[in-house]
Design a protein around this ligand. Sequence first.
Ligand SMILES: Nc1ncnc2c1ncn2[C@@H]1O[C@H](COP(=O)(O)OP(=O)(O)OP(=O)(O)O)[C@@H](O)[C@H]1O
Ligand SMILES: O=P(O)(O)OC[C@H]1O[C@H](OP(=O)(O)OP(=O)(O)O)[C@H](O)[C@@H]1O
Length: 225
Amino acid sequence: MNPNELQAAGSGRELLKVAMPKGRIYKVASNLFREAGVPIPSDFDDTRKLIIELPEAGMSFIMAKPVDVPTYVEYGVADIGIVGKDVLMEENKDVYELLDLGIAKCRMSVIGLPDWKPVIHPRVATKYPSVASQYFREQGQQVEVIKLNGSIELAPLIGLADRIVDMVETGQTLRENGLVEMETIFGITSRLIANRVSYRMKNEAIQSLCDKLQHAIAAKPGAGV
Ligand SMILES: Nc1ncnc2c1ncn2[C@@H]1O[C@H](COP(=O)(O)OP(=O)(O)OP(=O)(O)O)[C@@H](O)[C@H]1O
Ligand SMILES: O=P(O)(O)OC[C@H]1O[C@H](OP(=O)(O)OP(=O)(O)O)[C@H](O)[C@@H]1O
C-alpha cells in the first residue's frame, strides 16, 4: 500500500485530521482558523498535548514539528496540514497544495558578508540543502552545500561558509550580524496541503474548510492588494 492509501479505508465520517505546526505558524494559523469559524479554544495555545480533538468542528489536530507536516500528510495520518512554502519546497512530498493562507510571510534568500568575493569552491550553509542545491545548479554555480539546523547566520561569521541560504522576515537577524541579502530566491507564506486520497474521500469537509478559510483570508485588511 502506498503512503497515500494507508489512511484511505473507512475515512468517510471520521474527524478531519489536521497537522498543525507548533511554533511561529501556530499563532497565526490558529487565529485564521478562528476567523474562519473553527472555534480553536485559547487553551490549545499553551498545551503540551499532541493530539487534540475538536468534535464540534469535526476536526482533530495533530500538533507537529513544522518540518514533519508534509510527511504526516503524505502518509495520510493527517488529511490536511499547514506548512510553510519553504518546507514544502525542501521536502518535495506527494501532496496536494490547496490554498495559500497568506500567513507567516518571509522570503528565502542568499546571504553573505558585505565584502564577500567569489571563490573557486564556495561553501553554502543552510537548513534547506535541496532548495539551495537546486538554486545554485540553475545558476550554473558549483557549490558545496553544508546542512545546518539553526542559527545559520553564524556560518559566514565563523568561516564555515562563504554564503548562506536562509529565511529573512524583518531583516533584523542580518542587520545585527552585519550580513547582507544578496538575492531573493522565492517568497514564502504558509500553505494548506492535503493527502491525495483524503482529498477524494473527505472532499466535502476539506472543500468546506477551504471555502471558510478563503473568506477569512479575503476579509483581512490588505487582502487582494
Ligand atoms: N522569521 C522567520 N523565520 C523563519 N521562519 C519563518 C519566519 N517567519 C515565518 N516563518 C515560517 O514559519 C515556519 C516555521 O518556523 P518555526 O521557527 O516555527 O519552525 P522551525 O524553526 O522549523 O521549528 P523548530 O523551532 O521546531 O525547529 C517556517 O517554515 C516559515 O515558513
Ligand atoms: O529577518 P528576521 O525577522 O530576523 O527573521 C529571520 C530569522 O528567523 C529565522 O530563525 P529562527 O528564529 O527560526 O531561529 P533558527 O536560526 O534557530 O532557525 C531565520 O532562520 C532567520 O535567522
